[in-house]
Write a protein that binds this ligand. Structure first.
Ligand SMILES: *Cc1c(COP(=O)(O)O)cnc(C)c1O
Length: 320
């Protein structure tokens, strides 16, 4: 029996947590003002639900994940060094590990190997994993990036755990996210709810997902390859809309290379859109581009954040 087990005891959901507590180390319970509570005795009813979260992973799996992550990290750095200087991000290229389909225990294993940036594309799954990890990683929660298509009625759930949404493809979604974020902050301030994940960063970062399906694909390929995203002509209007919304920040652009087309062509187009966007919104410098199969081309075209799933986690069933 070599599986590794860690337990965390914590209060959650109904108890608002102060910033001090979020930054506090894992040891011992703390009051919402950051004052350590004595002992680990039973919680009073006022302190909320008492939950024990347990995430167990096999050391072999943990080693496999940590090795794959380190290998991809090294590849990214090598490729970034080859990126022409004017397109190379000063901050380096961020590696987001996409954990969709894989269990929270895999996230815990990566977390223990030092990984802090994750991506998910379905609210229900993301929300469950974020809750599991919040207990596990109390005091130093990982960043959860929402990267999937999103219905406006899920905004309320997403703002609880997401530090960024990479898939804003319409103004109405930005409106819903802004409204959900502000009401979550209001509930937190009146001590009725937990602090939204992005509050510590001064607001929810929104990247605009652009559809690049016309880059050299035949109409048939474009139809097969349709992977969502705003029309490039709508980017400016959506960016202005996000910038004007209280509680939202424009982070930059995101795209998925169309199937059946040359990814380099798509990423070149994304780069050019990003140059234009930054003239109007200099703060929106991020380019979220590149997945397991095409990260090298994306990095060459100035990607600041690659979203890598299968190359780190292993294969998934094909429709996820
Ligand atoms: C699943 C997914 C990824 C990761 O894909 P891999 O090919 O497994 O690396 C990246 N971006 C988005 C939007 C995804 O849905």
């Amino acid at each position: 029996m070599s599986a590794r087990t860690r337990r965390r005891i914590s209060t959650r959901t109904d108890v608002p947590r102060g910033k001090d507590e979020l930054r506090a180390s894992c040891g011992g319970r703390r009051s919402r003002r950051g004052r350590p509570l004595l002992g680990r005795g039973p919680l009073s009813a006022k302190e909320g639900k008492h939950t024990v979260s347990e995430l167990t992973y096999a050391p072999e799996r943990a080693e496999e994940l940590a090795e794959a992550h380190a290998r991809i990290r090294a590849e990214i750095d090598e490729w970034a060094a080859e990126t022409p200087r004017d397109r190379r991000p000063a901050s380096g290229v961020e590696l987001m590990t996409v954990t969709k389909f894989f269990p929270a225990s895999d996230v815990a294993a990566l977390y223990d190997a030092g990984v802090r940036v994750f991506g998910e594309n379905r609210d229900q799954e993301a929300s469950a994993k974020a809750a599991a990890l919040a207990d596990y990683a109390a005091g130093d929660p990982p960043a959860w990036n929402y990267i999937g298509q999103l219905q406006s009625n899920k905004a309320k759930s997403v703002v609880k755990y997401a530090t960024a949404v990479h898939s804003v493809d319409r103004s109405s979604l930005a409106t819903a996210l802004g409204k959900a974020y502000r009401s979550a902050v209001a509930r937190y301030e009146s001590e009725e709810g937990p602090e939204p994940a992005s509050a510590a960063n001064g607001g929810l970062e929104c990247l605009i997902q652009v559809g690049l399906d016309d880059t050299g694909a035949t109409p048939g390929e474009a139809a097969r390859g349709a992977r969502g995203g705003a029309d490039p002509d709508d980017v400016w209007r959506i960016a202005d809309h996000i910038a004007e919304a209280d509680g939202l920040r424009v982070g930059g652009l995101m795209a998925v290379a169309p199937l059946g087309a040359d990814p380099a062509q798509a990423f070149e187009k994304l780069w050019n859109l990003s140059v234009q966007l930054r003239r109007r919104h200099p703060e929106a410098w991020k380019i979220s581009a590149g997945m397991s199969a095409d990260m090298r081309e994306a990095i060459r075209w100035g990607s600041t954040s690659v979203r890598v799933g299968s190359a780190i986690m292993g294969r998934r069933p094909s429709n996820t």
